[in-house]
Design a protein around this ligand. Structure first.
Ligand code: SOE
Length: 378
């Protein structure tokens, strides 16, 4: 694995736990090597997370014949080049989202994966929240009917509302690619692609509310950081909002912001079909709300499904008795569990790099639409 900050912590935990909770997987994980540029920090995090060895040169990971899977959790501007090099090495590749900084990069990654027949996955972990995986089954089962009308979604955070919060890499275009758009809207777009299908056109707006911030003095845990004295320019969007049309006729209404005061990780969506609707809110991720128009008159209403029944709900067999709920980190455990099976069977499952590219196509179309102030084809 390369990288050891927020996503490195989430992925490491997944690799460490996966055989414990999925004992029937066809392979046992050895957490072979952690790679990072800063020698001391890499060593320290390898110790905390449970990696057996440390290297400071990415090529050393790729050259090691004992390593089967490369996991990329470095900042966004390194994803594409690292993923392409990993494909060339013949190993399987898991890349944290977003797959790339822009469409051209994402296309190059997909081309490399095709050329080298790479087993690949992009880590859109929310697909593997049991409620979202179950929503997929319900939609395929026709529980919402045979026509979807709306995908309405919002990703609301507030960690940079304070203008004295420093200029971390997530706020710099050359490292992050974009702001709330590629970081948060990307998740909603991926869920939309997964549950409703591809979009054909979009029209959006973006805003950067705080245009200058103190430069970064020190990175802290999670998303925290300490500010330095000088000021620097914020080069990404703080908030994005767009509408879109799906190829199947449904319409999308999507918003992502880091300025929703009071909201911490408010990833929420609703899908309305001709026979039913579902609602999901990540901060209550063990529940899926479902309305069925087939319920008898007088007894209709949104019901609350606790998605924790072993024989019914995706991934639950691995965990606890019903109602003994799970959290954010489990979505990563599910992701690597499925990846391990694929690596052994030499096949790909969603979300592949192609799915990452499809997400990037929507992201780029929205950005173009904001620039030209017009509807843009995906
Ligand atoms: C920060 O905005 C962040 O950690 C994202 O980078 C993640 O992708 C998202 O899952 C939660 O918020």
């Amino acid at each position: 694995m390369v990288g050891y900050n927020f996503m490195g912590k989430a992925h490491s935990n997944a690799w460490r736990q996966v055989n414990h909770f999925f004992p029937d997987l066809p392979a046992k994980v050895e957490m072979h090597t952690l790679c990072g540029r800063n020698k001391e920090a890499t060593q320290k995090h390898a110790g905390i997370y449970g990696w057996n060895r440390v290297v400071n040169d990415y090529q050393a990971l790729l050259d090691n014949p004992d390593i089967d899977i490369i996991d990329i959790t470095s900042p966004n501007n390194q994803h594409a080049a690292m993923a392409i090099a990993a494909c060339q090495s013949g190993k399987a590749v898991l890349c944290e989202k977003p797959l790339a900084m822009n469409l051209a990069e994402a296309e190059a990654v997909v081309a490399a994966a095709r050329k080298h027949k790479t087993i690949n996955m992009v880590c859109h972990n929310y697909r593997r929240a049991p409620a979202i995986a179950y929503a997929k089954q319900m939609i395929e089962n026709g529980d919402l009917g045979d026509r979807i009308f709306h995908f309405r979604a919002r990703y609301a955070q507030d960690w940079i509302v304070d203008p004295s919060f420093p200029l971390v890499w997530r706020l710099q275009k050359e490292v992050a690619g974009s702001g709330s758009h590629g970081d948060l809207a990307a998740h909603l777009i991926d869920v939309a692609n997964y549950l409703v299908g591809p979009m054909k056109e979009v029209c959006g707006l973006m805003e950067t509310f705080v245009k200058e911030r103190p430069v970064l003095a020190e990175v802290g845990a999670g998303l925290s950081a300490k500010a330095g004295a000088k000021m620097g320019k914020v080069t990404v969007d703080d908030a994005v909002s767009f509408v879109g049309r799906f190829k199947n006729g449904a319409i999308a209404n999507i918003e992502a912001t880091r300025f929703a005061t009071g909201h911490k990780n408010g990833m929420e969506f609703e899908i309305n079909g001709n026979k039913g609707s579902i609602m999901f809110a990540f901060e209550d991720m063990n529940r899926l709300k479902f309305f069925s128009a087939s319920d008898p008159a007088g007894k209709q209403g949104f019901r609350d499904i606790l998605v924790s029944e072993s024989d019914v709900h995706p991934y639950w067999k691995a965990w606890w008795p019903p109602g003994h709920i799970i959290g954010y980190e489990h979505t990563f455990v599910h992701t690597v569990a499925d990846l391990i099976t694929n690596v052994v069977q030499r096949k790909n499952t969603h979300p592949t790099f192609e799915d990452g590219l499809k997400c990037q196509q929507v992201l780029d179309a929205v950005t173009a639409s904001v620039k030209t102030r017009s509807w843009t084809k995906v």
